[in-house]
Design a protein around this ligand. Structure first.
Ligand SMILES: *Cc1c(COP(=O)(O)O)cnc(C)c1O
Length: 502
């Protein structure tokens, strides 16, 4: 691994390689440069001040002045400093960073779908309404639930919507109840969503297998428990084999079972939450159903529920009249109301539906099997090198700990940084919290055997480096434009936009 000092000639007159050049990229502005050239005005000038009134800006904004090619190079260069699923494996556990198939993009760009305006009357929007209806029916079938809303814009937003449904239903029974139970392995959004909906959060300790301790659950669930929020498979990638019993314990006390469906990539086509007692759940289309993720979003977090929760779903809901025409129904007196403008991130619905239809039932089942197989292949190849805190069978992801490396002073974060030098995006670091020094690895079905082997080679090589040259790992990455950043400072004092130098 050559360092950038070696790669870049020291003679300042030699221009550094474009992908490495960080020299004052944001400070290239020079007065008068323009990225466009317009012919002189040959019509009467509009009085902008009169036209815009108070919105008219008296002094021009201080923007960088650059030529078109400088701007294009700036953004193209920035794009090369990032890692993407289109460059290689992205094993970020719990995030299901699968490939975004190009057929999705092709379908999403069909003019009639891409240009459908939300204010178009229902009578002129039958095509896009059919897409929405078909996706709803596919997701209802996949989850085994009775009804669905596609409005929520992400998983966390789906949790919020789902818990509002729980609250509205309890209220209709005369008492909204006070608390939500959440296992200690849960994603941080779960307690946040419960709290935003006005509930207190009570933590459930996991048992030795990383699952729900049934005795603890029986002790903790009472007449003030609104619901249990459960991720299944859990965030350590383990299927909750007692799930039906858990639902029974909750229902006996009038409490509901909410399932965080972020890990549905391990279940699609194999098991349906609606069949194992779940009352309400969310899906992450940007995880399980291959729509773009993170900075490439926007996301989509549909919420599916059993029939008794249907009256509370956000307005509007899609209905069909007796002639078969589809339209939106706003007349829903028990609804929790809107949770998002218009109908949700419709572009993501089109992509998710394209993915579902392109794969078909057998393809989706195969996807699940491949995702689980890939995770277990990695587990088998790495368990001699890294500590495996839970021996319970893995589903679509596997969680190791840094216990063996920590004795050499090397932490999970160091190993993740070293992985960057080997050309991979890091796995998820230090999550879930129940595993000290967690390395959470989710390969997804997208990866070939060759790519998995490269990843395994890298992880094994790093384990050997920890034994032989731990400093090398502790100071990684060595191949990137910048090495270790002050992550606390970046979170506390982010610089999110260009500012003119005074
Ligand atoms: C990703 C994830 C969420 C949150 O989903 P967002 O779309 O990021 O809001 C919730 N729970 C689990 C287990 C997740 O992996």
């Amino acid at each position: 691994m050559a360092s950038s000092e070696v790669l870049i000639p020291s003679n300042k007159k030699v221009r550094p390689h474009p992908t490495q050049n960080e020299a004052l990229l944001f400070e290239k502005s020079s007065p008068g440069k323009r990225a466009y050239k317009l012919p002189p005005l040959d019509v009467p000038a509009v009085n902008a001040a009169a036209l815009l009134g108070a919105a008219h800006r008296k002094t021009p904004g201080e923007l960088p002045e650059l030529s078109e090619i400088e701007i294009i190079r700036h953004f193209t260069r920035l794009s090369t400093w990032n890692y993407a699923i289109d460059l290689g494996m992205y094993p970020l556990g719990s995030c299901t960073m699968k490939y975004n198939p190009r057929v999705n993009e092709l379908v999403a760009r069909i003019e009639g779908l891409a240009e459908a305006h939300p204010y178009r009357p229902d009578s002129l929007a039958q095509g896009i309404l059919e897409v929405i209806d078909l996706l709803q029916r596919c997701l209802i079938e996949i989850t085994g639930m009775d009804a669905i809303t596609l409005q929520p814009a992400a998983g966390a937003h789906g949790e919020f919507t789902g818990i509002l449904l729980v609250r509205a239903w309890h209220e209709s029974q005369g008492n909204p109840r006070k608390k939500i139970l959440i296992p200690d392995s849960a994603h941080g959004t779960n307690p946040a969503s419960a709290a935003i909906c006005g509930y207190t959060v009570e933590t459930l300790k996991s048992n030795a297998e990383g699952g729900i301790d049934l005795d603890a659950l029986t002790r903790q669930v009472d007449e003030e428990t609104a619901a249990l929020m459960l991720t299944n498979p859990s965030t350590i990638g383990v299927f909750e084999s007692q799930i039906a019993k858990i639902a029974e314990i909750l229902h006996a006390k009038g409490a509901l079972l909410y399932m965080d469906g972020a890990n549905m990539n391990a279940l699609v086509g194999k098991a349906r939450p609606g069949d194992f007692g779940v009352d309400v759940m969310h899906l992450n289309l940007h995880k399980t159903f291959s729509t773009p993720h993170g900075g490439g979003g926007p996301g989509s977090g549909p919420v599916a529920c059993k029939a008794f929760l249907e009256p509370f779903l956000p307005t509007p809901v899609l209905v069909q009249n007796e002639n078969g025409a589809k339209g939106w129904n706003y007349d829903r007196p028990q609804s929790i109301g809107r949770v998002r403008a218009f109908y949700g991130n419709v572009g993501m619905f089109i992509r998710a539906l394209a993915y579902i239809l392109a794969n078909g039932p057998d393809g989706l089942r195969q996807t699940t099997e491949d995702a689980v197989l890939n995770a277990n292949y990695i587990r088998a190849k790495l368990e001699d090198f890294y500590d495996l805190p839970y021996r319970t069978p893995s589903m679509h992801e596997v969680v190791f700990s840094d216990k063996r490396q920590a004795v050499k002073g090397v932490k999970t974060g160091d190993i993740a940084k070293r992985l960057i030098d080997y050309g991979f995006h890091p796995y998820t670091v230090s999550f879930p919290m129940i595993v000290h020094g967690a390395l959470m690895i989710e390969p997804t079905e997208s990866e070939s055997l060759e790519e998995l082997d490269l990843f395994i080679d890298a992880m094994q090589a790093i384990a050997r480096e920890v034994d032989e040259t731990p400093e090398l790992v502790k100071t990684a990455p060595h191949s990137t434009r910048v090495s270790r950043l002050d992550e606390v400072q970046a979170a506390r004092k982010p610089i999110l936009r260009w500012r003119p130098t005074k």
